[in-house]
Design a protein around this ligand. Sequence first.
Ligand code: TRP
Length: 362
Amino acid sequence: MTETITGTTTADGGAPAAHAAAGTKKRILSGAKPTADSLHLGNYIGAVRNWVDMQAEYDAVFFIPDLHAVTVDFDPAELAHRTRVVAAQYIAAGIDPDKSIFFVQSHVPEHAQLAWALNCITGFGEASRMTQFKDKTQKTGSDSATLGLFAYPTLMAADILLYQTDLVPVGEDQRQHLELTRNLAQRFNTRFGETFTVPEATILKANAKIYDLQNPNAKMSKTGESPNGAIQLLEDPKIAAKRIKSAVTDAGTEIRFDATEKPGVSNLLTIYSSLTGTPVPELEAAYEGKMYGHLKVDLAEVMVDFITPLRNRTNELMADPAELDRLLAQGAGRAREIASGTLAGVYERMGFLPSGNLPGVR
Ligand code: TRP
């Protein structure tokens, strides 16, 4: 959905010279870490749904950055489960593994290989200025942070540059990482010859933000204070309906969109509009003279209709791990076709000797 993304944030555009994609469609790439078993409604409306819509217009690459997930504390069994169940949810939500390239990052070794090359053209000071790293280590102290966390942004740059990506749809919090990626692409191209497309960020518009149902001044998140604040895509639809019905509303009775005066009702209107495609002003007109309770009952029904098939499809995929593995292996295969070509160019330009055709060695 093009209206959900703002214009590009960078004026000078990229150098399309190195673009290897077939056809005229621009390539987009994005990923989100598998940090919970169930995606929540904020993830879906804020990101996944945009990706699903963009598949028609773009040559799309989506992946699960499991290598990034181990840069902070993690549990191996939990990581394995989450990677699967998040993959299943993306497919259930409409990421089409035949239309798009959809894979798990660790299945494509070129990501780690290119990250190393990029590490060696990234300044220590430059990496030290990344605000996400600073924020994350401020709490714990840099001694307990890993080298992996420090290198998070260069691995992310590798994710993007391997595929000659034109556009990267991400949230505002990733803007600085995108700037680094652009700088590294330009630096490499200047020093070693045209190799990478310089990507642009398309920052997902803030109006797609979904807030906590119990505290509508905070973003819906997996770490909200009350479990009733978030809708989990994999939960019992009846519970989801209950959470909508018990959402905090505001003083007064009028159903109108006003994010400052009526954050609770406005959030419900945003959710309603996002899931049905009905514009907010039309909803306001339809609910004129009605009470908050009417809106909640209707939205609860919309929620059940939305969650039920998504949950069923996810459970189906989880019940057939061989099929899920096949889809992910197919995605990794298609990803490697592109990634290995880019990496070969990088290695050659950096002066690494060709490895010949030794089995298992590239
Ligand atoms: N850092 C991103 C996030 O936290 C996830 C990510 C990793 C990503 N690699 C990427 C996003 C490449 C876009 C492109 O959301």
